[in-house]
Design a binder for this molecule. Structure first.
Ligand code: NI
Length: 169
């Protein structure tokens, strides 16, 4: 188990397009375990590899909402192949400090990805689970949820962040 440092906006790695995974090896297993540990420690409900400075197409998403056990799904090279409906709900991000806002997402999505062994995953996701997957897949494309806010809201956040970062010094 190893906790990794979560990188925060405006670090440039969050803007990098993540590269696909081609080797399903021990290095990948370690990366995924570290990501899960880091996500649960934060605590968060999803984490993309670029949030810990690794620009590869790997995300972990918590699935333990129903029970209390630690249970998460690993999506390698995920692609959202279809989306329908739309829901506006609160969103935040471990890499975007002190920011929570309403974001519009598909209500239902179809996802194709690989699991940690390289097996094909092909499934539908809805509601909160679909929202988290959309948020994490955005990360792999270098997109943050604040990019989906109005330009006014984004400008206000940037101003607030500047103030917060100055207070830290
Ligand atoms: Ni995020």
């Amino acid at each position: 188990m190893a906790l990794r440092t979560i990188i925060t906006y405006p670090h440039p790695v969050l803007r990098q397009k993540a590269e696909p995974i081609t080797d399903f090896d021990q290095e990948l297993i370690t990366l995924v375990e570290d990501m899960a540990d880091t996500m649960y420690h934060a605590p968060g409900v999803g984490l993309a590899a670029n949030q810990i400075g690794v620009a590869r197409q790997v995300v972990v998403v918590d699935r333990s909402a129903a029970d209390n056990e630690r249970s998460f799904i690993t999506l390698i090279n995920p692609v959202i192949t279809a989306g329908e409906g739309s829901v506006v709900d609160d969103e935040g991000c471990l890499s975007v400090i002190e920011c929570y806002s309403k974001v519009k997402r598909f209500q239902k999505i179809h996802v194709t990805a690989l699991d940690i062994d390289g097996n094909v995953l092909d499934f539908d996701a809805e509601d909160r689970y679909a929202r988290i997957i959309q948020h994490e897949v955005d990360h792999l494309l270098g997109t943050l949820f604040i990019d989906r806010l109005s330009s006014l809201k984004r400008a206000l956040y940037k101003k607030k962040l500047k103030r917060l970062l100055q207070e830290e010094v």
